[in-house]
Design a protein around this ligand. Structure first.
Ligand SMILES: [Zn+2]
Length: 335
């Protein structure tokens, strides 16, 4: 229910076997050394993770140990580049101090020179992922963890480690909001790293085409993506997507985007939208289908789930720690 893209084809992750313990004692394979490079997708990890790798990953116990006080969360946010830890006064060119009193979570930047104080005071979380947060920072990080592991709303409420001390449960609208914020940052991240790898389809092959439109985002900053059309082209688990500012309901806009990714001679499945009628004039075999493939993440909801699907699939394939990947995404989207 939370993410609406169940059955999205995640590969099962084998449990680390006992043989991994002996593997731990050996040196890590050299090819893993560059797998954390931001620009490099890294190799697919076709083996069980070593014990040391599993231990490094975040779980709920680790969240409770390392991110259960405001101070811990602020330090973590600084270490991971989610908020700045230094800032100069634009007037005096001197490092500013952090005044704790005015902003509950992060404090505010403040110049100590003369009467500059009032003029330059600015909340430290302004322009960051944490701007205007209405819940405690510890809850935010708990929700980030939950989202990264694709927890249902029920699980989030049930596992919430803070509910006893607060005598209160996290509300569904709060979970929904923060899941949306996470999804938005993933859209920004995935849109920028979406790379074309040749065409899909070909004679005798079927490609499903779906189109959706981004509505207005909850967060009105960072990259602007509202009002964009997104077209998804799927062949089995191979996915291509294009984003267009122009109205995709016109054949002049739509057809070149399809031609860029789909081989001539492909059988294309679409819904009953009129614009697709022209496809048969461009060398495609066009079939209108009533029932879309329920496993296709693109048709499950708006296009943002499609990006979420790609992101989760990448993390599974490359055995990334979903929590740290999400932190990386947030850093990227709000840089
Ligand atoms: Zn100053």
């Amino acid at each position: 229910m939370a993410s609406g893209n169940s059955g999205c084809g995640r590969d099962p992750v084998p449990e680390p076997s006992t043989s991994s313990i002996s593997s731990m004692l050996r040196r890590r394979p050299a090819f893993l050394d560059d797998s954390d490079d931001d620009d490099d997708d890294g190799p697919v990890v076709g083996r069980d993770l070593y014990t040391e790798e599993v231990i490094m990953m975040w779980n709920l116990t680790k969240i409770m140990k390392n991110l259960s006080t405001n101070e811990q969360c602020v330090a973590f946010a600084e270490e991971n580049g989610l908020v700045h830890s230094q800032k100069e006064c634009s007037i005096h060119r001197k490092p500013m101090k952090i005044a704790k009193s005015t902003n509950k979570s992060f404090g505010s930047w403040c110049c100590t020179k003369g009467n500059c104080r009032a003029k330059t005071k600015v909340p430290r979380n302004k322009g960051t992922f944490f701007e205007n947060i209405k819940i405690d920072l510890v809850q935010v990080f708990y929700l980030l963890y939950a989202y990264s592991h694709k927890w249902s709303y029920e699980t989030v409420i049930h596992e919430d480690p803070y509910k006893e001390s607060r005598q209160q449960c996290i509300s569904r609208p709060t979970i929904s909001d923060w899941y949306s914020y996470c999804r938005e940052t993933i859209v920004i991240y995935q849109m920028d790293r979406n790379q074309v790898e040749g065409k899909i389809g070909g004679p005798g092959k079927v490609v499903q085409i779906d189109v959706s439109k981004f509505g207005k985002r909850k967060f009105n900053r960072g990259h602007h993506i509202e009002g964009h059309w997104v077209i998804g082209m799927t062949e089995g688990k191979d996915l291509r997507l294009e984003v267009s500012l122009d109205n995709i309901e016109s054949a002049e806009v739509l057809v070149p985007l399809i031609q860029k990714h789909v081989e001539v001679g492909t059988t294309i499945h679409t819904n009953f939208w009129k614009v697709y009628d022209c496809l048969s004039q461009h060398g495609y075999i066009h079939k209108k289908v009533i029932e879309s493939d329920p496993d296709n993440p693109f048709v499950a909801d708006d296009g943002s789930y499609f990006y979420e699907y790609l992101w989760r699939r990448y993390n599974v394939k490359h055995r990334k720690d979903p929590f740290m990947e999400l932190i990386k995404v947030i850093k990227y989207a709000y840089k």
